[in-house]
Design a protein around this ligand. Structure first.
Ligand SMILES: NC(=O)c1ccc[n+]([C@@H]2O[C@H](COP(=O)([O-])OP(=O)(O)OC[C@H]3O[C@@H](n4cnc5c(N)ncnc54)[C@H](O)[C@@H]3O)[C@@H](O)[C@H]2O)c1
Length: 324
């Protein structure tokens, strides 16, 4: 069997998660790695049986597909380079940090004719799959929502508080559930936002109201300094006497009708890579490279989702008016 050779650029926290998942897929061979911190790439290569390379070009020349798992500000540049080298790309979120780069990537993906995927793992986490399935089946007809997406701190890794590197807090954790708004409720008609700079040198508190094209509307708050009090993330959806909410990726609770008992499913016994949707997104990326058809493929975040999320975030930052 011809295996797909994967290269990895950036060997930090999230790269370890992906490499661990990829190692368990028989059709994958883990190939070259590059990190500007060679001590990291060496330890990583040893842990996952990979080969250390000295540049991104060396990674491209020895791989079929690359994972881009470096800090946010480098995603667009490395994605464009990988696409022009003809590589399939899995890039961690965010897609890009401004609309000009987002446009360039959309064009480059279309021209390269390769597989491109963004790391919106939440789409495949069981708690969110449950919500999506209730909506797709028509059992839950959403009318409004209430979302929070917080972080305890912007200290780990240290670059997360630097808007020059992240593009701003919205491109960090908040982005996962900005993507979730579109995943669950369709396209956005209008977003209204206020924000403030409280603890960190970036806008670190946001309050937003979303109006969707299909008439659904909702509120969304996001703070970057909430001490990891549980749950840091929750989506509540209110529908036709049907309500559902999650507590992080641990539990989903729902009541499907008046005078009905409520149900709760707990996923804390699943390994984290499955509970958070990481293994599912990696398996789907490899299936796409192999040309296999799988359930859930239409739920994958594409370059068009990447573009629309950047457009939305640019709009929010413009309204807040405090820079990033
Ligand atoms: N989907 C998720 O849930 C999730 C979770 C964590 C991180 N992420 C994203 O993944 C990316 C990486 O985050 P992380 O937590 O792994 O960060 P990290 O700091 O742990 O790792 C980043 C690595 O990239 C390396 N690097 C920096 N510049 C480089 C360059 N020019 N070339 C090669 N390597 C370079 C660093 O030396 C470091 O080892 C970020 O964009 C983050 O937003 C996503």
């Amino acid at each position: 069997m011809n295996k797909i050779k994967i290269g990895i650029i950036g060997t930090g926290n999230i790269a370890k998660t992906h490499a661990g998942n990829l190692k368990s897929i028989p059709e994958v061979s883990l190939g070259p790695v590059f990190d500007i911190q060679t001590n990291r790439s060496q330890a990583f290569a040893q842990d996952f049986g990979m080969t250390v390379r000295n540049s991104i070009e060396e990674v491209f020349s020895d791989s079929d597909a690359v994972y881009i798992t470096v800090p946010n500000k480098l995603h667009a540049e490395l994605t464009l380079k990988a696409l022009s080298a003809g590589k399939h790309v899995f890039c961690e979120k965010p897609f890009a940090l401004n609309i000009d780069d987002a446009e360039k990537i959309v064009k480059a993906v279309n021209e390269a004719g390769v597989v491109y995927q963004i790391g919106f793992n939440r789409r495949f986490a069981p708690v969110y799959k449950k919500m999506k399935n209730f909506i797709l089946s028509g059992d839950l007809v959403p009318a409004s929502f209430n979302i929070k997406m917080n972080r305890g701190e912007l200290q780990s890794p240290p670059w997360t508080s630097d808007p020059e590197v992240t593009g701003g807090f919205l491109f960090e954790s908040t982005l996962h559930l900005i993507d979730m708004v579109r995943y669950l409720f369709g396209e956005v008609k209008k977003v209204t936002a206020v924000g403030s700079k409280t603890i960190y040198p970036c806008v670190d508190d946001f309050s937003m109201i979303f109006e969707m094209k299909n008439g659904v509307h909702g509120v969304f708050s996001s703070s970057a300094h909430t001490t990891w009090i549980y749950p840091f993330e929750r989506v509540e959806v209110y529908g036709n006497h049907f309500a559902i909410y999650n507590d992080e990726m641990e539990t989903v609770t729902y009541c499907s009708g008046l005078n009905q008992p409520y149900n709760q499913e707990t996923f804390s016994t699943l390994p984290i890579e499955k509970r958070w949707g990481f293994i599912q997104e990696d398996l789907l990326f490899i299936s796409r490279l192999l040309g296999k058809q799988e359930d859930d493929m239409d739920l994958i975040a594409t370059h068009i989702d990447g573009y629309k999320n950047v457009e939305l975030i640019e709009n929010i930052y413009q309204q807040v008016g405090l820079g990033r």
